[in-house]
Structure formats: C-alpha cells, structure tokens
Design a protein around this ligand. Structure first.
Ligand code: SF4
Length: 262
C-alpha cells in the first residue's frame, strides 16, 4: 500500500510515544491524520495550560492567583471550541465541574510555587532542531533559569500521580525535550521538574549526558523504523491492554481484524 499523505516533517515526543506504544497508532494519528476526539481530561489539561501560559506572559510581580483567574474567559475562548464541546458532550454540569476543578488546581499550584519569583527563558517554547539527521520538534511548557544559572525544564501535569516504579516512562517525553533543548541551545538543562498541579506535588529528576544520549538514540532508531514502515506501506499493530486501553482507534482496529484486548 502507498500512503496518500507524506510522513510528518518532524518527530515530536508525543508522536514518538505513539509510535513506541503501537506503530499503527502512529500511522492513524500522524499519516492517516484521523482526528482523536477530545476527552474531558485533555480539555481540562489544555484549559489549565492556557491559563498558566497567559499568567507567565505578565510581568513577574503581576503573576497572582487573581490574575490567573482573570484568564479563565480567555482559556474558555481558546480551548472550549465547538468541536471540543461536541466531543465531550459539554453541559452546564460539566462546565461547573471544569471550573471548580480549575479553581482547585490554581489554589494548589500557587501553594507549590510563587510564579512572581520565577525567571523563564521561554513559555510554550517551540523548539525545532535536527539531531543526527532526524528532524525533531517539541513545545516546552517552560524553560526556567535557576538562581545558580542552570536550566530546568518544567512540565505541568493535570492528571493523576505516576507510579514511581516507572520513572523512566514518566520522564521519557521530557527527557527528549531535554535532548532537543541541549541540541538547540547548546546548553544541557540540569533538571526536569514535573508539577502535578491537581495534587500539589512536584517530581524532579536530574538530567545526565547518558540520558540525553539514550533519548537521542531512541528517537533516531524510531525515525528510521518509521521511514522503513512508510516505504513498506504498513505500520504493524501491536495491541496490548496498556496500549489499546485509551486508544482512539480501537473501533478501526477491530474492524480491520486486529485482536484489540477487551
Ligand atoms: S487500538 Fe491498539 S492496536 Fe489499534 S492502534 Fe490503538 S494501540 Fe494500536
């Protein structure tokens, strides 16, 4: 089979995660370009990210919780699109839930850090860079400059707390961000800080050159396999309970005879 659409121009951490979890998922999302319907969790995540992004567009001393609350109408305009509302079956009850959970998150976030004393090199920072002939791109929530001059990658998480037995998986995307940042800025971030804003908890990890090299190698290997599968005209499906559980393409796979676990 020949694909009607070209390969994506670059590989992002989320596309890489799709590919690593199941190459067929990557095909449906990034080559067939079959839209993945929004869920309440993705809409809430986008909503909170939007508020925090706008908060950091203000001069440092103006970044208060009142200012953050003031960005809720803008986040609603930007993230509660008509399509998203249809996807999540938006209702007055769901709106009340979204607003009350957002308020709880803002209170927890302001207890975790004082954004007035944060120095950021960039917010929603786009990084496009070619590493070992692989075009990579990513959008960092924040890249902070610490008092000691070092760089920290900051990522907001609006979902549940991770199982600490699987830190390698938890930090996989952000470690690739670190590799991108190191290549683009020629300065390696020293740490990654994940803000689990719904729980008021921070999880941090130091970035090492070994990790950067491993993430680069994984991205290079995946890009080669993506190109090979594209040439062959088929990305294999690798169904498993964990990969298929939240996959938007379950029905398509079932119709195509893929043994998707119940
Ligand atoms: S349903 Fe399972 S097998 Fe099908 S694309 Fe998704 S993860 Fe892959």
């Amino acid at each position: 089979m020949t694909f009607p659409n070209p390969l994506p121009r670059s590989l992002s951490p989320s596309r890489l995660a799709d590919f690593q979890s199941c190459p067929r998922r990557f095909q449906h999302a990034s080559i067939d370009r079959i839209p993945q319907p929004a869920t309440y969790a993705t809409v809430k995540g986008n909503f909170v990210h939007s508020i925090l992004e706008h908060l950091f567009s203000l001069p440092a001393l103006e970044r208060t919780i009142e200012a953050a609350r003031g960005f809720i109408p803008l986040a609603r305009e930007e993230k509660l699109t008509e399509q998203a509302k249809v996807d999540i079956d938006f209702s007055p009850d769901l709106e009340a839930k979204l607003l009350s959970e957002t308020e709880a998150i803002l209170v927890k976030y302001f207890a975790m850090e004082d954004p007035r004393i944060v120095t950021s090199e960039g917010v929603e920072l786009n990084i496009d860079v070619t590493v070992d002939d692989v075009p990579l791109r990513g959008i960092l929530d924040r890249l902070d400059r610490e008092e000691d001059g070092s760089l920290t990658i900051v990522d907001y998480k609006t979902g549940g707390l991770p199982n600490r037995d699987f830190d390698a998986q938890t930090f996989a995307n952000t470690e690739l961000y670190a590799a991108l940042t190191a290549a683009a800025l020629e300065e390696t971030p020293v740490r990654i800080r994940l803000y689990y804003v719904a729980h008021g908890q921070v999880i941090e990890r130091t970035v090492s050159d070994v990790v950067i090299a491993a993430r680069r190698k994984a991205a290079v290997g995946a890009w080669k396999r993506i190109n090979d599968y594209y040439e062959q005209g088929e990305f294999p499906a690798t169904p498993s309970r964990s990969s298929c559980r939240f996959c938007a393409y379950k029905e398509i796979c079932k119709k195509n005879g893929v043994p998707v676990p119940a």
